[in-house]
Design a protein around this ligand. Sequence first.
Ligand code: GLP
Length: 236
Amino acid sequence: MNFITVKSYDELSIKAANIIASQIIMKPNCVLGLATGSSPVGTYKKLIEKCAAGELDFSTVTSVNLDEYVGLNGDHDQSYRYFMNTNLFDHVNIDKNRTAVPSGISGDLEAEGAAYDKHIESLGGIDLQLLGIGLDGHIGFNEPADVFTKETHVVDLHESTIEANARFFESIDDVPKKAITMGMGAIMNAKKVLLVANGANKKEILEKAFFGPITPQVPASILQLHPDVTVIYSEN
Ligand code: GLP
């Protein structure tokens, strides 16, 4: 594991964007696993700048996102589809038909999960998976549990996650209680993993996840078993 501590969020964003840009340059038809949350927003801004400067071409890139809230459709301003459109896809030359976010409004979420995994498999898996980390150690929305779940599945969001994400909604009651998330199978099968985290409040969970025991109670700890993980952390 490569654990990089940087001095500022800007530096984190520049480094993460450079790693993603290198991936796209080396393999223009790569499959990117993408993440939401506040941590990757700066990274996406830097990628948009590179694309605008003509340094980066997303036209043959395919993407698969980690997760979506159950019950929000893609037009909802807190849905992860909306987040991806407004924070990245609308501003780069990616073909939106090549971008996938699990549907949180499918009538059969179990079938949606199975189809999502098939889709990832049909793409040959993920070349580079970008991740954030929740305060409870979740990646995607894989919450602390008794087991690691391999497949894309529906989860009950933990109270601390609902509280942490309430800042994006009008009130805590508006935060969905469930989400559909990629499981550990597709994440661990990704050829490379890049995890970005910023803020002093993430320090403790990063220590547990990357230097503590591997346990489904700290979902990100499974990444210690991945052969190619880079973590970029900024305390500020
Ligand atoms: C959400 C997302 C995660 C993300 C986490 C941390 O719960 N489902 O993918 O990593 O938040 O977000 P932030 O970067 O805003 O702390």
